[in-house]
Design a protein around this ligand. Structure first.
Ligand code: DGL
Length: 281
């Protein structure tokens, strides 16, 4: 088959990357999208770098084995820890992570050059956003704050209400209490799960802080890469979405529908093992 007719592979540790899938599908409706949620090993955000790199390699190898023309790492933790390794491993297949597009979105929106990155502990420990933002704006002041509990809230569907507000307050009250000059003017949702909690996060941060995420800018990066590599689907191609998970189809459908912005059922998901060594584990 012609390369350009192959699907785009997208993976995340679970359902969070469906926000990226949604944005890619909106911008590029003629593309076939193959999504893998590694739900058997979620969360990645509290695991060691070595484990996340191993999981990300298994997910990428699985998608390459299915036949893809481009890979999107729709997980901030895996992007922060495994992007370089996967680019090297998959070459010449292009690999796009979500950290650089997220940093681009933040720099485009900030006028005070003060950035707050909200992400998982594994992501913040790597300072990948700090490096990406400084490459674009050497004058930027960046603070990275781990907020791992937001992942569990989003997975539970507790995106709004008193518990979400209380947890957001616990993480972010100290930012809101600062003087205006010391507050960031942009907050980056550096985790695929966090867009669902945007309301609670915004309330906790207070006014004057713009919230950005990487979904739309990642979709744009995919579009640019397809054009640059002559890999865009031909005019007669039909777009579509195929969903694969490594565990829990019913839960994936129940929670994932909110992330994708459209309802889907357990029957729409294929379950798979993504590494022979993991079978039976
Ligand atoms: N997908 C992860 C991320 O964007 C969040 C969920 C997890 O910890 O696995 O960082």
């Amino acid at each position: 088959m012609e390369q350009s007719r192959l699907p785009i592979g997208i993976f995340d540790s679970g359902v969070g990357g469906l926000t990226v899938l949604h944005a890619v599908n909106d911008l590029l409706p003629d593309e076939q999208l193959l999504y893998l949620g590694d739900t058997a090993r979620l969360p990645y955000g509290t695991k060691s770098p070595a484990s996340v790199q191993r999981y990300a390699t298994h997910a990428a190898d699985y998608l390459v084995g299915q036949g893809i023309k481009l890979l999107v790492i729709a997980c901030n933790t895996a992007s922060a820890l495994a992007l370089d390794e996967l680019r090297h491993r998959l070459a010449p297949i292009p690999v796009i992570g979500v950290v650089e597009p997220g940093a681009t979105a933040a720099v485009n929106r900030s006028s005070a050059h003060r950035h707050l990155v909200l992400a998982t502990e594994s992501t913040t420990s790597q300072l990948a956003y700090t490096r990406a933002i400084l490459r674009l704006d050497p004058d930027a002041i960046i603070e990275e704050l781990p907020c791992s509990l937001f992942v569990a809230l989003a997975e539970e569907g507790w995106n709004t209400g008193s518990i979400a507000e209380a947890v957001a307050g616990q993480y972010l009250d100290s930012i809101r209490e600062r003087s205006r000059a010391e507050r960031p003017d942009v907050a980056i949702l550096g985790c695929t799960h966090f867009p669902l909690l945007q309301g609670a996060i915004s309330n906790a941060l207070g006014p004057g802080i713009e919230i950005v995420d990487s979904a739309t800018t990642t979709a744009r990066a995919v579009w640019q890469e397809l054009a640059a590599s002559n890999l865009a689907a031909p005019d007669d191609a039909n777009g579509g979405i195929r969903l694969i998970a490594t565990d829990g189809a019913a839960r994936f459908a129940r929670i994932g529908s909110a992330f994708l912005g459209r309802k889907f059922a357990a029957e729409d998901i294929e379950l798979t093992d993504i590494h022979p060594a993991d079978k039976g584990n």
